[in-house]
Ligand binder design. Structure first.
Ligand SMILES: Nc1ncnc2c1ncn2[C@@H]1O[C@H](COP(=O)(O)OP(=O)(O)OP(=O)(O)O)[C@@H](O)[C@H]1O
Length: 478
């Protein structure tokens, strides 16, 4: 058939509308390889598919398939069943199908076949072809079949990527801990509790201010648990929207909603046999708390759009920086859910309540960032003192960032007190154990630190006389 006739054949008027609909649904993506010895078919199909795929490669001889597959990241192959230069008459399609599968096992291959070859095509599908299209072809069907083969490729890639991430996580979790516990009595109490409960399957609730290391400790619990050979999946409950909650956590069935093109597992299934870490649990809305509770009570979830319950086997760790007890009293958090998640409650102390850990943690981060930035930094004793005196409202996260910044900014390798710029928060931060006198002492100390010995300036700044300042310095031993 001439190219002209073939083009007329593939572009009947009614196809334009269909063509536009598909184009609206899908931006051009992916690489397709079309192999057919009929050059007019190749040109026509090439033109047609150019509207749907990012790149269309055409081959009139199958012998070049292996070279193209090595050079290009092909997503779909459209393969003719019969070539004039026969390798094994009637079975060339099967031969090249097996060659392609040898080279790229998962690559979707759609066969292009004449009516007479239908039986052969069915056999090919049994041997790994994704689908087949009969010649003379229906344009809409050809496009739809190839796009669905492409989506299959996309989801294969997603699964592969997920598996790689899962393996990377497993390796990371099975390796040495990447945290420093410290040795203060406050953190040792936490450490002992963690060691006691890690091997059990008890649900754990970690509470503490932002940056105290709740997620790190959750990872440590998982690493020390009997589930350490499986993954820990983290979900930030504050970031999950109301509408996506069920789909994120429980998964969805194909067609459950507009974008649900494939069946998809949720976080509960992904964490099966491992640990599910629900961060910021205090941010979960009251309505969603009931859905989470049902899943935890029944130990089963049902994907959105499906009615088949799926058993789950997870160890649950939750974390929050909010006062959950108070939230229960104010009817903002369900009491029954709290009982379910806090079989063991571990409170992580803020850094200012474990002062002896500040310098070891600072040294730990100093080593880490020195190596990252190709330096060999150390701290002056005065620097250590300054770090120990600061209140660290952002806890370990703030310390970590402060050290990283100091390593980057410091001239030479010695980190001096002046390499840290703490905001006046030191004097205004209210510790729950602090008295008015403690705060007054801190304010005076802070003003003195910045005064270069000018006591008159300090008195003026604080709005007191020089004599009152002397009296207070004496009282507070400053
Ligand atoms: N014991 C530790 N040793 C080393 N690094 C730590 C330690 N604890 C926390 N960090 C570091 O501090 C940062 C904050 O830790 P993490 O995210 O675990 O805190 P969090 O309490 O979960 O914080 P948020 O409440 O804001 O989610 C992380 O970058 C982590 O690497």
């Amino acid at each position: 058939m001439s190219i002209f006739l073939t083009l007329l054949w593939i572009y009947p008027a009614g196809f334009i509308a269909l063509n536009d609909k598909f184009r609206k649904d899908m931006a051009k993506k992916g690489i397709i390889l079309v192999v057919d010895d009929n050059k007019s078919v190749l040109t026509a199909v090439g033109l047609l598919l150019g509207s749907y795929f990012e790149k269309v490669i055409t081959l009139s001889t199958p012998e070049r398939i292996p070279t193209v597959l090595s050079a290009e990241r092909v997503d779909v192959v459209l393969l003719d069943m019969n070539f004039s230069a026969a390798i094994n008459t009637g079975n060339e399609g099967l031969f090249w199908l097996s060659k392609i599968k040898e080279q790229v096992p998962d690559l979707p291959v759609v066969l292009f076949t004449a009516y007479a070859d239908i039986e052969l095509a069915v056999k090919a599908v049994k041997e790994g072809a994704t689908d087949f299209v009969v010649k003379p072809w229906d344009n809409a069907k050809l496009v739809a079949t190839l796009l669905s083969a492409y989506r299959l490729r996309e989801s294969q890639n997603e699964v592969k990527q997920l598996k790689e991430e899962k393996n990377a996580l497993k390796n990371q979790l099975n390796s040495e801990p990447s945290m420093l516990w410290g040795s203060s009595p406050e953190i040792m109490q936490v450490y002992n509790l963690v060691c006691k409960v890690a091997k059990t399957d008890a649900n754990i609730l970690l509470t503490g201010e932002n940056g105290t290391g709740k997620e790190m400790i959750a990872r440590e619990i998982h690493r020390l648990s009997n589930r350490s050979h499986e993954v820990m999946i983290s979900v930030d409950m504050g970031a999950v929207t109301e509408t996506l909650f069920e789909s994120e956590l429980f998964g969805h069935a194909k067609g459950a909603f507009t974008d649900a093109r494939e069946d998809r597992a949720g976080k509960f299934e992904a964490a099966n046999k491992g640990t599910l870490f629900l961060d910021e649990i205090g941010n979960l809305s009251y309505a969603l708390q009931a859905k989470l509770l049902t899943a935890l009570q029944n130990r089963k979830i049902t994907r959105v759009g499906s009615n088949k319950p799926i058993d789950t086997d997870i160890r649950l760790i939750c974390a929050t920086n909010r006062n959950i007890q108070e939230m229960v009293q104010q009817n903002h958090f369900r009491e029954d859910l709290l009982y379910r998640i806090n079989t063991i409650h571990i409170e992580i102390p803020p850094l200012r309540e474990r002062r002896e850990d500040i310098v070891p943690l600072a040294e730990y981060f100093l080593k880490k960032y020195s190596s990252k930035y190709g330096k060999n930094c150390n701290m002056l004793p005065a620097t250590q003192e300054k770090l120990q005196e600061y209140k660290w409202p952002g806890n370990i996260r703030e310390l970590q960032h402060a050290i990283e910044k100091a390593v980057i900014m410091c001239e030479g390798n010695t980190i001096k007190p002046s390499d840290f710029f703490f905001k006046t928060v030191t004097t205004t931060f209210i510790d729950k154990n602090e008295t008015l006198e403690d705060m007054e002492k801190q304010m005076i100390q802070h003003a003195l630190d910045r005064s270069n010995g000018n006591l008159s300036a300090v008195a003026t700044q604080l709005g007191i006389t020089r004599q009152t300042l002397y009296n207070k310095m004496k009282k507070y031993n400053l």
